[in-house]
Design a protein around this ligand. Structure first.
Ligand SMILES: Nc1ncnc2c1ncn2[C@@H]1O[C@H](COP(=O)(O)OP(=O)(O)OP(=O)(O)O)[C@@H](O)[C@H]1O
Length: 467
């Protein structure tokens, strides 16, 4: 448990409160003026502050300190001590976000009631932000393909810096997971991770939500920028942000400070910004829908998160991970995946990427039998070349070709699919298709299939020269 910081220029009072709280089992720190108080705040964050309004020999009075605390660490409750007859000031302090006030001279019981309530509030606020951090969307990134490993090593490099990252890639590919991975492995891991879904906030509410609001009747209501202080602010699908808000965000990034809606004071926050997009932002800029300067500010380190079609080898690994996760979280049956189902999963289209795979796995576990491995027939049917109990129905041009050419065409397609399934690994492909490695090489050569490194991963494709 962290400590209670007591700031009062009257030595008797701060020591008296300190002793009472120590007797109650709390850890306390004492400050005699604003300088000591600020110093203590920068050293470590208290669970609660008890703050005198009038501070002799100080640069700042209690209200100034309160404003600073509400700006920099809004979750810390502040109990104000005010002199007798200073009720207006105490009320003003509450409007500035103070938790409660006690009037001098106070009795000990009254003090203890206020403090134990404030400590409970502090505990709940901390618990809440802790829960938000451990949100269902975890930072665990699963995959074993070379493409995935290349992505992970890029992410590892950016965790060490503080620079802004732009994650691009198709929907459901794992951009947010990648952002959470950066957060969890960076020096900001103990700070918050706040995700802003630019599409789900109504444009006219955007500024309130981001910058917060200040009014005389409701005091300070911090926005997401303040909530993310000390941590990471994640702009999910940045291209959905209204142009007006884009300009304001740009100003925050340039000035490193902003004003709450209705507020006069400048608020400065320490943030790292990560953004994501599944659109081409350069096209958005050309179309006048995205501010070019904001793009350059956010796109300091671009990282591409590839879709499942570029890393089919990860599909069984992810499916297996989701089966175990659904078993642990919802008690769904723990099932294996049959070889056939695995091969089908690796060859079918996943336009919704990892999100779609996760949904399919969940559906199969809910709807299917509780026993035995998952079979191919349980997976959603796609318009793959129609199959009828082991028979291939010849489609289009295939039926018009001589056997030799039709066989070549089939072999080429079949081997391309298999090689990509095994992430370009020829030995594993050879074992699966039942050929010697050298024979497979010769076969591929004769069919014009080449394998090469693309984005750090081996892929197979057909050489242009082959007709
Ligand atoms: N490598 C991975 N390991 C484990 N789970 C993953 C991985 N990639 C994605 N997921 C899961 O897939 C789902 C979609 O991922 P995420 O939200 O990160 O995608 P996204 O690219 O941000 O999608 P969108 O652009 O639609 O917001 C989430 O439930 C996430 O937990």
């Amino acid at each position: 448990m962290s400590h209670i910081l007591i700031t009062d220029d009257e030595r008797d009072i701060r020591e008296l409160i300190g002793d009472i709280l120590k007797d109650e089992g709390y850890e306390v720190k004492l400050a005699a003026n604003s300088e000591d108080c600020i110093k203590s705040l920068t050293e470590s964050r208290p669970a609660l502050m008890i703050l005198d309004i009038w501070l002799k020999d100080s640069n700042m009075d209690g209200i100034d300190i309160l404003k600073k605390v509400k700006r920099d660490m809004p979750e810390v409750p502040v109990v104000i001590i005010s002199g007798h007859g200073n009720i207006e000031i105490a009320v003003a302090a509450i409007k500035q976000g103070a938790y409660d006030f006690i009037e001098k001279p106070f009795n000990i019981d009254q003090l203890m009631v206020v403090i134990s309530r404030a400590m409970e509030t502090s505990r709940l606020r901390r618990e809440n932000s802790e829960l938000r951090r451990k949100d269902v969307s975890s930072s665990e990134m699963i995959g074993s393909s070379a493409t995935f490993k290349a992505l992970k090593s890029q992410l590892e490099k950016v965790t060490k810096s503080n620079s802004r990252v732009m994650l691009s890639g198709p929907a459901g590919a794992g951009k947010e997971v990648a952002a959470r991975y950066i957060h969890a492995n960076s020096s900001r891991a103990n700070g918050p991770f706040i995700s802003v879904n630019s599409a789900s906030i109504a444009p006219d509410r955007m500024e309130d939500v981001l910058f917060g609001r200040e009014s005389s009747d409701r005091g300070i209501e911090p926005g997401l920028l303040e909530e993310a202080n000390g941590g990471i602010l994640y702009f999910d699908e940045i291209a959905d942000m209204p142009l007006g808000t884009q300009s304001k965000i740009l100003r925050v990034l340039v000035d490193q400070e902003f004003q709450r809606v209705g507020g006069a004071d400048k608020v400065s926050v320490d943030l790292r910004v990560i953004s994501s997009t599944n659109r081409n932002l350069e096209t958005e800029i050309l179309g006048g829908r995205f501010r070019e300067e904001l793009y350059h500010r956010l796109n300091v380190v671009p990282v591409h998160v590839p879709g499942l079609d570029e890393r089919r080898e990860d599909i069984p690994v992810l499916a297996d991970y989701f089966i175990k996760a659904f078993n642990a979280s919802q008690g769904l049956p723990l099932r294996d995946i049959s070889d056939e189902a695995e091969a089908l999963m690796q060859t079918m289209d996943w336009p919704g990427n990892v999100r779609q795979l996760k949904n399919v796995v969940e559906r199969v576990l809910i709807m299917g039998d509780n026993s035995g491995p998952i079979e191919a027939k349980e997976l959603p049917q796609q318009d793959a070349p129609a199959q009828d109990e082991g028979r291939i129905v010849l489609s289009g041009g295939l039926a018009t070709l001589p056997l030799r050419e039709a066989r070549e065409l089939f072999e080429r397609e079949y081997l391309l699919t298999q090689i990509n399934r095994f992430g370009g690994n020829i030995s594993r492909t050879a074992t699966f298709v039942g050929m010697e490695r050298s024979a497979l090489h010769r076969k591929l050569k004769s069919l014009g299939v080449v394998t090469s490194n693309k984005a750090g991963a081996r892929v197979a494709y057909i050489e242009d020269t082959v007709d």
